[in-house]
Design a binder for this molecule. Structure first.
Ligand code: SIN
Length: 500
């Protein structure tokens, strides 16, 4: 039985950050959630959050605009101290954050704890970047001119985050934004608002000044709030993680005011196992990559290509591992994989399996819904004999289904791997050093995992190419997405010393 949680937002402080208080009663604005928006394992209601509308969100933008005037003048060290405190509080409250993540996303509690730590790491990382913001001094090509640059915060940022990592996707955006000196209005995911609100509450305790971080929650009003954030002239930057379709719409809308953009969009990651790979390591890597969060991440392996010489061995060992998964309620002991987020996700996964089966794939493990566990459970599935005619070859499944495609040559598999409009992550396993360089350089993706199925790391730049979007999150590059470079040119310099 999922514990009940009711949280309401109060915005009655003048020009204040929208603040969250625990409450025993639903608020007037609370929207009763339909069953599929409750705890994904059971469908039961775990709480309600307000449905913010355009006027509410305009007030949040005004609060962020007002706060920007002073927040931008804080030193990097002052901003660093706030972020560091926020990191400490996230670590201290990691157990509670993990519970919230499991309640609203459904992932097993062990994975949720991993996410809470991953999320906190973005505050730690960017607390370390904030005091180290440097411009350049540049040799001018004009005699007598001296040129230098200043890195300035871009301004008020609109952040739009997804439900699959309710904590980590919001901290990965707020961390660098605040480190750079920006203020933010964050549209929390409609399916998973509580984790965002809890993180914001910890931010208040850490001393984030009022108006610097504003969270708006909505489900039905999501398109209207997305339109507002992308067209309001006060917002100078949009950072979005989500589908390519929505990313394109937000980019189009942002063109009316030419906002700076970071878009981390859908993937269709190839995972390639060459004949010369360590097969056991490749199986472990594929399990980690394909079934992380039950397949619901943008960087999950979506097409697993296995070279003919090791295909049968790989398929057999991989299927054994998948059979051993323990699927169930994420709060129960020993559960390795939880439910999917909602019924629409289940339908899509099942459509992909049925389509592959109809076109000749063999179901080696799984292949069905698990109604005995609940409406949102799908049996982790392994399919062999996949071909390019099947939907899974071109569409992101976003669920616990692994299709194994056989291939013959390196040239052939890299061509197939690249034959998609998107390019977020790609993985391959090989022990041939020359091949490792060749293939890593030829894959059309933003991130390559070589002999590993997990590439997510606060220190490593995260982002894609092609229709997976642009911009990099985390890492040394993450902060520049929230900065503009101002050039200052001094004329009349370089004269001889005066007084001769
Ligand atoms: C995502 O699915 O967009 C993020 C996954 C990650 O950071 O590993």
């Amino acid at each position: 039985m999922a514990p009940k949680v009711l949280i309401k937002m109060e915005d009655d402080q003048p020009n204040g950050a929208l603040c969250i208080v625990a409450d025993e009663r639903p608020t007037k604005a609370a929207r009763p959630l339909p069953p599929e928006d409750g705890y994904p394992a059971t469908g039961e209601l775990i709480g309600t959050s307000p449905e913010f509308d355009v006027q509410d969100t305009e007030r949040a933008i005004e609060a962020a605009e007002e706060a920007f005037k002073t927040f931008r003048t804080k030193t990097g060290r002052e901003r660093s101290n706030i972020l560091r405190k926020w990191y400490d509080l996230c670590v201290e409250n990691a157990e509670d954050l993990a519970k919230l993540i499991t309640w609203e996303n459904g992932k097993p509690i062990a994975d949720a704890k991993g996410e809470a730590a991953y999320a906190a790491s973005f505050f730690q990382w960017f607390s370390e970047e904030a005091p180290r913001i440097y411009g350049d001094t540049i040799s001018s090509s004009v005699p007598g001119n001296r040129v230098f640059t200043i890195k300035e915060p871009v301004g008020v940022c609109g952040l739009i985050t997804p439900w699959n990592f309710p904590a980590a996707m919001i901290t990965r955006k707020i961390g660098p934004a605040l480190a750079a000196g920006c203020t933010v209005v964050c549209k929390a995911p409609g399916e998973t608002p509580f984790t965002s609100l809890a993180i914001a509450e910890l931010g208040q305790r850490a001393g984030v000044p009022k108006g610097v971080v504003n969270i708006v929650t909505a489900l039905d009003n999501t398109p209207a709030l997305g339109e507002l954030l992308t067209t309001n002239a006060t917002i100078r930057k949009i950072s979005f993680t989500g589908s390519t379709g929505v990313g394109k719409l937000l980019m189009k809308q942002s063109s009316s005011t030419l906002k700076k953009l970071s878009l981390e969009l859908g993937g269709n990651a190839p995972f390639i196992v060459f004949d010369d790979a360590d097969v056991d390591a490749a199986v472990a890597g594929a399990i980690a990559s394909k079934f992380r969060s039950s397949g619901q991440t943008c960087v999950c392996a979506n097409r697993i290509f296995v070279q003919k010489g090791v295909y049968d061995e790989f398929a057999q060992k991989f299927a054994e591992k998948v059979k051993a998964f323990k699927v169930g309620n994420g709060f129960s002991e020993g559960i390795t994989h939880g439910p999917l987020i909602h019924g629409r996700a289940i339908s899509k996964v099942d459509e992909h399996v049925r389509d592959a089966e109809k076109k000749g794939a063999k179901i080696v493990v799984g292949g069905q819904k698990m109604p005995d566990l609940g409406d949102n459970f799908y049996k982790p599935t392994v399919l062999t004999g996949m071909t390019s005619k099947m939907a899974m070859a071109t569409e992101e499944t976003f669920g616990p289904v692994a299709g194994l495609f056989p291939f013959e040559t390196e040239d052939e598999v890299v061509k197939i791997a690249n034959s998609t409009e998107v390019g977020l992550a790609g993985y391959f396993f090989s022990r041939d050093l020359e091949r490792i360089y060749r293939v890593a350089e030829h894959l059309e993706v933003g991130m390559v995992g070589v002999n590993t199925g997990i590439i997510s790391d606060v220190a490593a730049p995260f982002g894609g190419v092609k229709e997976s979007g642009f911009g990099r999150e985390g890492s040394l590059y993450g902060i520049s997405e929230y900065q503009v470079t101002k050039t200052v040119t001094f004329g009349g310099m370089g004269k001889a010393l005066q007084g001769k």
